[in-house]
Design a protein around this ligand. Structure first.
Ligand code: FAD
Length: 540
């Protein structure tokens, strides 16, 4: 325990060195804080460091899925494709880290295992560890920023016998850094969400045989990826500042072509034309063809039926096509996937789809997977089973607040935050893209820059007034989370049994976590709170 009044080791500790931690370090260091970033991986990059599976790409176009805070970087970096690959995004984040000489303040290969708040001194003590030794280090800071990632806590399925498998096995979010040779192998992929849908077409090209185990079919639209068209590049170079500003006035932090009319207000022919055009252009822009696709079930069905028809046209075997066709939930209510040849991959002779709704997996055993009707022997078993989203990377750390209670306990009925940025009884702890913020329902680089700037501005304000403590009030977070829920209830998002609701993790409370009011509205609300002297927060 520190003696009264002794200075903490650092002003700010940031946990995580993905897009968020990298920018936070630059921003807070520029503002004169002594900052240390602690990162479990051996490099910057976050999800782009960990997700080295074949086919990993962003699904927001790279020109927009990139930092805006430094115009020189924005000008110098040239993306090669509309949707950059994982290695290119990783190089980009490293390029930014090198430009600002950030790595000297990042402690790599180190995991924060616990964090406890000392109310007498208003500071955090963190215990860290690493995989190489049992040594645990202790470090203190006045402020802690959780840049631990909304999608960084990988989730394994609840299947008996996972440890019995004798072959190679891993999660897509922990793809072996040395690579895996799949040539000549029989490979099983469990899961067909965003990561599975990206990886499956690439794995199919490498493996002798690929078995895809699917529980829920997902809606996917084609990326239509390729080089960035010259006229887009020129427009971006010419109007960069105006376009970056325009991004901030959108609902999702992405410049889509947002349709202004109802899907039900136009003729069938016109609607079909519109969907065909968007399908041909590619990307999630498809979902924004009309303003009620995510609000009205009939409007939604028009878009869902269009994709279902596409699946039937692409997939030659009608039984496989049927199994791949999503039914029973609205398009967009589960995260829509963006693919390159996902559906067409099932026309390959070396690819088989196994519906675990029809033939459930009974267990994993030494040689492979046993379903209700047969044994599948495989050499490599890949889990593309997603993440304990938004809360997992936080609750996996033993975080103790001012009353000694853990965050896990405090959030046992679901996460509570004010603006997604702070939670009551955990003073001086900020969260980036936390539950209750637009987070995973936005262009996350846009949200990350916003949250980091709000945190930086708040710390500057506290420094100016000589405060050493800030925390969200219980009342403010109750009101905010009620608002988050009401917004979600007015949409179709509530009808998908999705990870937005925690539905993919057994026992996780069903609380809709991302804020759906729009990036533009959210950022205005956060600015208003700061401008009005932080109502909903106690400052001391
Ligand atoms: P992360 O990148 O998740 O980084 C968090 C870091 O914290 C990790 O490196 C982790 O090792 C570290 N960490 C966590 N806990 C600890 C601990 N206890 N101790 C030490 N270190 C810790 N979003 C989009 O907007 N558009 C996209 O196209 C898009 N594509 C994606 C594709 C994939 C495959 C995935 C998984 C996510 C994608 N996302 C996308 C969401 C993505 O999470 C964000 O865009 C963004 O990269 C998050 O950055 P971050 O810095 O907040 O978190």
């Amino acid at each position: 325990m520190l003696s009264q009044g002794r200075a903490p080791d650092f002003d700010v500790i940031v946990i995580g060195a993905g897009f968020a931690g990298v920018y936070l370090l630059h921003r807070l260091r520029t503002d004169g804080y002594r900052v240390r970033v602690i990162e479990a991986g051996s490099n910057v990059g976050g999800v782009w460091y960990w997700n080295t599976y074949p086919g990993a790409r962003c699904d927001v176009e790279s020109l927009q899925y990139s930092y805006s805070f430094d115009e020189n970087i924005d000008r110098e970096w040239q993306w090669s494709e509309r949707y950059a690959t994982q290695p290119e995004i990783q190089s980009y984040i490293e390029f930014v880290a090198e430009r600002f000489d950030l790595k000297r303040d990042i402690l790599f290969n180190t995991r924060v295992e616990s964090a406890a708040f000392d109310s007498a001194q208003n500071l955090w003590t963190l215990q860290t560890g690493n995989d190489q030794s049992d040594d645990s280090q202790s470090v203190t800071a006045r402020w802690v920023v959780m840049a631990t990632g909304a999608l960084s806590s990988s989730k394994m399925p609840e299947i008996d016998g996972k440890d019995d498998f004798a072959g190679t096995t891993f999660h897509t979010g922990h793809w072996p850094r040395e690579g895996v040779d799949l040539a000549g192998k029989t490979v099983a992929v469990i899961g067909t969400g965003s990561s599975g849908i990206q990886a499956i077409p690439e794995i199919a090209k490498q493996a002798a045989k690929l078995l895809v185990f699917q529980r829920t079919p997902h809606f996917s639209v084609p990326a239509q990826n390729g080089p960035i068209p010259q006229e887009w590049r020129e427009q971006w170079d010419r109007d960069r500042q105006a376009l970056r500003t325009e991004i901030l006035s959108t609902r999702s932090g992405v410049l889509y072509d947002y349709g202004q009319t109802s899907a039900l207000s136009v003729s069938d022919d016109e609607r079909q034309r519109e969907y065909e055009e968007r399908w041909a252009k590619g990307g999630t822009n498809f979902l924004y063809a009309y303003n009620d696709i995510l609000r009205d079930e009939d409007a939604n069905s028009t878009a869902a039926d269009f994709v279902r028809q596409k699946i039937r046209e692409i997939v030659k075997d009608p039984v496989t096509a049927d199994r791949l066709t999503p039914i029973g939930y609205p398009i967009g209510a589960k995260r829509i996937c963006v693919d390159t040849d996902f559906y067409a991959t099932f026309n390959r002779p070396n690819v088989t789809l196994v519906s675990v709704l029809e033939t459930p997996i009974e267990r994993i055993n030494e040689t492979g997977i046993k379903t209700s009707d047969r044994q599948y022997d495989v050499d490599v078993l890949i889990f593309a089973t997603g993440y304990d989203a938004l809360t997992g990377s936080l609750t996996r750390i033993d975080i103790r607040g001012s009353d000694g209670r853990s965050l896990k306990e405090a959030w046992s009925a679901g996460p509570y935050t004010n603006l997604g940025l702070m939670t009551a009884n955990f003073p001086n702890m900020f969260i980036v893209t936390g539950p209750g913020s637009p987070s995973v329902l936005s262009n996350m680089v846009v949200s990350i820059e916003h949250d980091a700037n709000w945190i930086g501005d708040t710390l500057n304000h506290l420094r100016q007034i000589g405060a050493t403590r800030i925390e969200a009030t219980e009342a403010s977070q109750q009101a905010w989370m009620d608002h988050v829920r009401e917004l979600a209830e007015a949409t179709l998002y509530y009808k998908g049994n999705s990870w937005y609701l925690g539905a993919n993790v057994p026992g996780k409370p069903r609380v809709f976590m991302p804020y759906l009011g729009g990036v533009d509205v959210y950022q205005a609300k956060c600015a208003e709170v700061a401008r009005n002297g932080y109502p909903g927060f106690i400052i001391d």
